[in-house]
Design a binder for this molecule. Sequence first.
Ligand code: MF3
Ligand code: CO
Length: 239
Amino acid sequence: MIKAGELAAQALELAGKNAVAGISTWELDRIVNDYVVSKGGHSPCKGYGGFPGHNCFSVNEELIHGIPSKKKILKEGDIISCDIVAELDGYMGDNTRTFRIGGVIEETELLLRATEAALYKGIAQAVKGNRVGDISNAVQICVETAGYYVVKKYIGHGVGREMHEDPEVPNFGKPGRGPRLIPGMTIAIEPMVNQTTENVKVLDDKWTVVEGNGKMSAHFEHTVLITEGEPMILTLPTH
Ligand code: MF3
Ligand code: CO
């Protein structure tokens, strides 16, 4: 899991470096997949439930599951959520960041900061003896205090040999509820946050999930290991 997490993190880093004005999301997907394959890994999202890309690239109001497209060209002021899963030697690392393309307007910047902060609030609760609800609640409080909306229809998850394992890790809930966290568990904590509503819509492509009012949305995710001590983030790129 450590090696898979490292690969997923390096791949996400590469996506961020290449996410500049003028590039298409198809090209980003190709670059990331070529890298993962060059390191002996592969991209399990490809074909997952019929998903056509290797990874998900979601621009602006697109929250998750954006399909890589030659027609989707990034421009200055956009944001792009790159959700990258890498499999290595039978284990999965899953991570996401929303990157800025050049400068973004302040209301977008604040949304991104709140979503990333919520991820780290959640991770801080990912300790032995806590329950999943402690993570969920910490994320929810952080997002709602900042004035944004937690999307409830999609949630985080256990991750290991499969991309999606138990337990479910919602971004909302009550402290002290849900499955207990045990050392050795690996979970993907992934706040998905909308600017103006918890509602989402799925586009006609059957995949792309967008902010219900067409406003901005953000997504940050890490794969985290529960230990005897501090949570260990497996998807931090070590250089
Ligand atoms: N990476 C996403 C997650 O966190 C799943 C991608 S959906 C897929 O659960 F269809 F692209 F695989
Ligand atoms: Co995930």
